[in-house]
Design a protein around this ligand. Structure first.
Ligand SMILES: Cc1cc2nc3c(=O)[nH]c(=O)nc-3n(C[C@H](O)[C@H](O)[C@H](O)COP(=O)(O)O)c2cc1C
Length: 224
């Protein structure tokens, strides 16, 4: 299994989020997976400009690394998202990446892959953020297998407890197992199907404007 991990912390490799991600990767590698981590540092992925061109042409005109990252994900089997809690949400860096995936969502272009989400915070409130990240994965067509988080303020010297490391390792293993066994979860399937129907309606409604997306749907999904 080939995994792409995206870290939304400007603190990069040394940050808490990347350190927690490493524990998840250990579990995935233990099951034979390969991982490549991408750090959304500086202006690697700029914010969406709302020009709608991705819906028409299928790619973004901004000159940054977004299209390169999208291609890496398309070629991979799994996607892990990792973010610090920035004011009760993902960081702006990760949100920019998510927004840039708007066209991917309309076509659910990452369909068939598996994923997971990771959050670290100073004081808590991680679950709604992890749930949001996993819902984002679903809307791109990725099946999330779970999430892990850590509240740094509860830890001594910012060292993850054995329990957190154990859970993170388990999440990495679970991700690879789910991909190998093509596992499906009722709740995830329901949310994915609801979103798929919504996008089918939307893309059909905008078919004269969003040519790339309409043609993608005709080719890859059912378009009545
Ligand atoms: C701009 C900013 C906003 C933050 N907002 C919150 C917050 O709302 N709640 C919280 O518990 N921690 C918050 N934190 C703390 C970070 O989530 C926490 O330190 C996290 O582990 C940092 O991860 P990193 O080292 O990977 O960047 C914030 C930190 C920054 C820099």
């Amino acid at each position: 299994m080939k995994i792409i991990s995206i870290v939304g912390s400007p603190r990069g490799k040394k940050g808490n989020t990347a350190r927690l991600l490493n524990e998840v990767i250990k579990g995935a590698e233990n099951m034979g997976a390969e991982n490549e981590t991408i750090f959304l540092l500086g202006d690697l992925v700029l914010p969406c400009r709302g020009c709608d061109k991705c819906h028409v042409k299928g790619y973004c005109f901004q000159k940054d690394k977004y299209e390169e990252i999208k291609l890496k994900i398309l070629k991979a089997d799994g996607l892990i998202l990792a973010s610090p809690n920035y004011i009760f949400n993902v960081s702006a860096q990760l949100k920019s990446f998510m927004d840039r995936c708007c066209g991917v969502l309309h076509c659910m272009e990452f369909y068939g892959k598996y994923g997971a989400s990771i959050v670290t915070s100073g004081g808590g409130n991680e679950k709604p953020i992890a749930d949001y990240m996993n819902y984002f994965l679903i809307t791109t067509g990725i099946r999330p297998v779970g999430s892990i988080w850590a509240t740094m303020g509860h830890l001594e010297d910012d060292v993850f407890t054995k329990d957190i490391c154990h859970k993170a390792f388990g999440l990495g293993e679970k991700l690879v197992k789910a991909w190998k066994q093509k596992k499906q979860n009722k709740n995830v399937e329901k949310k994915m199907e609801q979103f798929r129907q919504r996008m089918q309606f939307l893309v059909k409604y905008r078919k004269d404007d969003w040519l790339y997306e309409y043609n993608y749907w005709k080719k890859h999904w059912r378009m009545p």
